[in-house]
Design a protein around this ligand. Structure first.
Ligand code: HPA
Length: 267
């Protein structure tokens, strides 16, 4: 299946990306600003999962950011859309086969850490994926990766340092912390957020950890940035809405886009 999908991509473009980027909810606008060389809609790729979430366009955008060749997923695939963890791994593996060696994951997340404010950016140091099934369950393809891959440094220290250094150079404040993935699509209860805090999560969301697992398995150097679009349930004084998530993402977009571009240039 992957081979067929790669052949299809190659029939459209011979572009070799160095960096793969996945843009989270409300953060897709970055892809409209790069020097675009080619766009491929997910729906045109055989057996490929299609994004159905609000604010997720559902296409690969190939182009240049700073001095780097990038492939951007403008729109990701979520568990809550009904896709399996194995389907979520598909685009990751395909981008690796296209030639990308670095994966930058981005997402909108609810803040749990009491030092976090709405609109903060957070470099992902590590994740908790224990509430969702691993994308590596099932028969292992030894050509893709190991049966039992190590997860001691999913988010590359080298890339985290570059992001933090770049943020400093750009005068952008950035926090760091642990991201916890729940299934969604409902936001969490206050009790779930208390539990998440107790077990060490700084931010919570409905994506990313599965993608990072699949990416680590297939040999990507991985990093991630969360936009804290709201305070998590029970910490927030008001009910959480997807409008609040998108509004914050829109507001932070200029700073976020600048940090992604400059970091990618420094990778
Ligand atoms: N919870 C889960 N996912 C999210 C949140 C949240 O509070 N904010 C943005 N994505």
């Amino acid at each position: 299946m992957l081979k067929k999908q790669l052949d299809f991509i190659r029939s459209k473009t011979d572009f070799i990306p160095e960096i793969a980027v996945i843009l989270g909810s409300g953060l897709g606008a970055l892809a409209d600003e790069i020097e675009t060389q080619c766009i491929i809609d997910y729906k045109d790729i055989a057996d490929f999962p299609v994004s159905t979430a609000p604010g997720h366009k559902g296409r690969f955008v190939f182009g240049r950011i700073e001095n780097k060749n990038v492939v951007i997923m403008q729109g990701r695939i979520h568990l809550y859309e009904g896709y399996s963890p194995q389907q979520i791994a598909n685009p990751i593996r395909l981008m690796r086969l296209m030639g990308a060696e670095i994966l930058l994951l981005t997402n909108a997340a609810g803040g749990i850490n009491s030092d976090f404010h709405i609109g903060d950016l957070m470099v992902i140091d590590d994740h908790i994926s224990s509430f969702v099934e691993s994308p590596l369950v099932g028969k292992n393809d030894d050509e893709i990766g190991l049966r039992f891959p190590d997860m001691s440094e999913v988010y590359s220290k080298r890339l985290r340092d570059i992001i933090e250094r770049t943020a400093k150079e750009e005068g952008t404040e950035i926090k760091s912390g642990v991201y916890l993935q729940f299934r969604g699509p409902n936001f969490e209860t206050p009790a779930e957020i208390r539990m998440a805090k107790t077990i060490g999560a700084d931010a919570v969301g409905m994506s990313t950890a599965i993608e990072a697992q699949a990416a680590k398995h297939c040999g990507f150097e991985v990093c991630g940035i969360s936009v804290i679009t709201n305070l998590a349930c029970g910490i927030s004084k008001t009910p959480i809405t997807s409008e609040e998530v998108t509004e914050t993402a829109d507001r932070i977009a200029p700073i976020f886009k600048n940090l992604i571009k400059k970091s990618a240039g420094n990778f």
